[in-house]
Design a protein around this ligand. Structure first.
Ligand SMILES: Cc1ncc(COP(=O)(O)O)c(C=O)c1O
Length: 470
């Protein structure tokens, strides 16, 4: 038997081997406000709610109050009126999944019952949570290529895809656009798409999982993308991203109570308690809900405005630095704190900086960027290989260090192509885990037929937690 002290020591040492979640050096996955007192608040709030079961807000009435407050605050931020309602979920994927479920069930109600297969139309850049939703909920997915130079979908083209689906049968159950998209941080033409979709009677979901707590306070003019746009019927917005809550909290909102109700599952067809679940889980922790509520209460609109202002100034500075690096540029026109950097093909190959090599060189310097493989879209156009940076409020504290690291990493990477694809690397990863230099693995994955990649990824990741694999 281990003592609690021993067990805690093990947990601490495991955590020490993780990348730093604070300090701005991990430029994806984590969102750091840079304010230690908020971390303390989150800890206390989570501990207070640790034993609570969020399954039943009529028993644990605290849960209902926290959720109601968060829904009310979010809808105000997203300029929704009293016809906008929704739920707190466990994260972006669940919010997106539920928005699709609601749209599918309403579509089935109006278009021929449970047997028919609904369609979801979205740009190539929409988050894979929607692929997952289509897969889980049995929808046909129609993907529309985005402009290869900007990463933005053309509204007319998206609407033509809607018309194509409609011509073949019933209209799509849902159109999805992003505010902004994760890979490139660019904003889709929400107002144009929503107006066109509304005139065709098709609902529009705006995936603001990443931008929903950022864009409302972003300085300068951002084209309208929220509930102020009349054709927008649902929005997902993650508290555990730029809402600066710990992982496990997101909000999905709907225009119209019917849409929200269609997200629920309820049954009395068993001999136990009557079941009514708004979200995917049954029993669920209320820790993230309580922590998110606490963060929102303390920050309020002015706190978010301040954090966004810091994020925006850091982003501006990083864009300037990247703009001055020979062989590298920012891809497209990012709307907020997410940047994708791409090799500058306007310079000679010996001056170019390959994003995958940049990621490896930056990692050596202690900064974690995220490599994003090139993608050939269904029309043959190619979205480039990029390196992704998610910048947060804490970036403002380290922006000059980050800039210097990017310059140094680019200097070390300049003129070096990423290793050529090599299938044997995949077998080696399966046997020995990921190498420290990832460029070769990334270029190999990029070169594979995208239909083959999922199985490989599943094998690799399942092995990581398989007790019988070293
Ligand atoms: C635009 C967008 N949508 C959905 C998601 C999925 O969110 P989660 O990872 O919380 O499930 C993400 C995650 O990065 C995202 O950026």
């Amino acid at each position: 038997m281990r003592t609690p002290d021993d067990v805690l020591a093990v947990l601490r040492s495991l955590r020490a081997a993780d990348p730093p979640t604070h300090g701005g050096r991990v430029l994806s996955y984590v969102y750091d406000h840079g304010r230690p007192e908020l971390d303390e608040l989150v800890r206390e709030a989570a501990i207070a709610f640790l034993p609570v079961n969020g399954l039943d807000p009529t028993t644990f009435t605290s849960v209902a109050i926290l959720e109601r407050d968060l829904v009310a605050f979010s809808r105000e931020v997203l300029r929704g009126g009293s016809d906008v309602v929704g739920s707190v979920t466990s994260g972006g994927t669940e919010s997106c999944l539920l928005a699709v479920k609601s749209a599918r069930d309403i579509w089935r109600g109006g278009h021929g019952g449970a047997g028919r297969r609904a369609t979801l139309v979205m740009p190539t850049t929409a988050h894979p949570a929607f692929r997952k939703a289509a897969h889980y909920l049995d929808l046909t997915l129609v993907e529309v290529p985005v402009e290869a130079g900007t990463g933005v979908v053309d509204a007319e083209r998206l609407l033509r895809a809607v018309d194509d689906v409609t011509t073949g049968g019933a209209p799509p159950a849902l159109v999805v656009v992003s505010a902004p998209s994760y890979p490139f941080g660019v904003l889709d033409p929400v107002a144009e798409v929503a107006a066109g979709a509304a005139s065709r009677g098709v609902p529009v979901h705006v995936d603001a999982c990443i931008g929903g707590w950022l864009l409302p306070w972003w300085p300068g003019e951002t084209p309208a993308w929220d509930f102020a746009v009349s054709g927008v019927t649902s929005i997902s917005t993650d508290l555990h991203k730029y809402g600066y809550a710990p992982k496990g909290a997101s909000v999905v909102l709907y225009r119209g109570r019917e849409r929200h109700r269609a997200q629920y599952f309820a049954t009395a067809d068993w001999p136990g308690y009557p079941v009514v679940n708004p979200t995917v889980l049954g029993s669920r922790s209320a820790t993230a809900l309580a922590a998110a509520w606490a963060v929102v209460q303390v920050l309020g609109p002015s706190g978010y405005a301040e954090l966004v202002e810091r994020t925006a100034s850091a982003t501006q500075r990083v864009r300037e630095v990247v703009g001055e690096i020979r062989g590298l540029c920012v891809f497209g026109h990012p709307a907020a704190g997410l940047l994708a950097v791409v090799a500058d093909h306007g310079v000679a190959p010996q001056d170019r900086v390959d994003p995958f090599v940049l990621v490896d060189r930056a990692r050596e310097l202690g900064w974690l960027l995220q490599g994003q493989p090139a993608l050939t879209q269904s029309d043959g156009t190619v979205l480039p290989r990029t390196a992704h940076l998610t910048l947060t409020a804490v970036t403002a504290d380290v922006v000059e260090e980050l800039g210097a690291a990017l310059v140094a990493a680019a200097d070390a990477a300049r003129g070096l192509p990423a290793p050529a694809p090599d299938r044997s690397l995949i077998a080696s990863v399966a046997e020995h885990g990921l190498p420290t230099e990832l460029a070769g693995v990334m270029s190999t994955l990029e070169a594979l037929d995208t239909r083959l990649v999922p199985d490989l990824l599943i094998q690799l990741l399942a092995a990581v937690i398989d007790p019988d694999v070293a």
